[in-house]
Design a protein around this ligand. Structure first.
Ligand code: PLP
Ligand code: CA
Length: 320
């Protein structure tokens, strides 16, 4: 968008694009893997980008930035290992669940209303626990724990007691999203105008193999926003918050950082520096979402560096 053109990254140009980069941030689903299958050529490309064969140079930092809040950063580290990607530490992985937990820990006053009502699954709950953020609500619907003859609207919309310590509502990927949860979220948000409303991400669809799709977390965030008549703070891409988590952890320079992604409205927008996002010369590489023959990437904003790195001349960057 914005009048900018995407260009296919020719393999001969890849060295000049990456040679000045100290850090490369990777979107996960659609770029490194699809579901449980690695994108062919992606692991090999990452090994080259990291510079494992170059003894003279400092290794390039690789980080993994995903809007998927349904796994912990440890689970992503294990998945990277299992699919043959270069060894990564958990601190190189920035999931929207992990970063949401970090945000809430900093935003909720200790001693005040410090716990979080969660619409999400066990991984989101685990990230909150690891960050020391007390929480409730994650997991099965409250309806499933009550008598089937009772109306969820009456029970959760009016009767059920609210936890006095809740100071935030967090909406992540929740396979057990329900009307009862929506009722409780609305009551927490109405009870206290200071109660925070936080969403992990706004991806509205999760594309599946073969062209079908599932509703994404954005649908759930919208439902709570609509009920509460307020806008959620979004942690994941394209919010600059998730990028700042990476920047703070590794002290990276945005001008020497490349973002590789498959979605314009999340990955590439985060790197773009549009209003409310990163204000810096940030380079962006758009991975082709449905390419099965190597990590096909389009050059979105080219580095002016023309230094060639022979290691990359053979990289399968523009294959297929
Ligand atoms: N959210 C959920 C629940 C997902 O399953 C996925 C992809 O599988 C995403 C978000 C998008 O993740 P990413 O940012 O790695 O493309
Ligand atoms: Ca993606």
């Amino acid at each position: 968008g914005g009048g900018k053109r995407c260009r296919r990254l020719d393999p001969s140009l890849a060295p000049s694009v990456f040679s000045g980069a100290e850090a490369v941030l990777f979107d996960c689903d659609g770029v490194l893997w699809r579901g449980d299958t690695a994108v062919p050529g992606a692991a090999e490309t990452l090994r080259r980008l990291e510079g494992e064969n170059d003894k003279k140079q400092k290794r390039r930092l690789l980080c993994y930035v995903t809007n998927n809040s349904s796994r912990t950063r440890e689970a992503y580290t294990e998945k990277l290992r299992r699919l043959g990607f270069p060894p990564a530490e958990a601190r190189q992985v920035f999931g929207s669940g992990f970063c949401a937990a970090r945000f809430l820990r900093a935003a909720l006053p200790p001693g005040g209303a410090s716990s979080t009502y969660v619409l999400g699954g066990p991984a989101l709950a685990a990230e909150l626990e690891a960050a020391g953020v007390p929480h409730l609500g994650a997991g099965p619907t409250p309806e499933s724990l009550s008598s089937p003859s009772e109306s969820p609207a009456v029970l959760f919309g009016t009767r059920a007691a609210l936890d006095p310590s809740v100071g935030a509502v967090l909406v992540g990927y929740d396979e057990h999203f329900s009307y009862g949860k929506l009722c409780l979220a609305l009551r927490y948000l109405r009870r206290d105008p200071q109660c925070l409303l936080v969403g992990t991400n706004r991806d509205h669809r999760l594309p599946l193999e073969g062209g079908s799709a599932l509703p994404g977390t954005g649908c759930l965030v919208k439902a709570v926003e609509t009920a509460a008549e307020r806008e959620a703070f979004i942690v994941g891409k394209p919010s600059r918050y998730i990028f700042e988590c990476v920047m703070k952890e590794f002290n990276i320079d945005p001008a020497r950082t490349i973002m590789v992604g498959d979605r314009l409205d999340t990955d590439i927008l985060m790197g773009e520096g549009s209003p409310n996002r990163i204000q810096s010369p940030f380079q962006n590489i758009l991975g082709h979402p449905f390419c099965h023959s190597g990590l096909r990437i389009g050059l979105h904003h080219c580095s002016s560096s023309s230094q060639l790195d022979p290691n990359f001349a053979q990289a399968p960057c523009a294959g297929g």
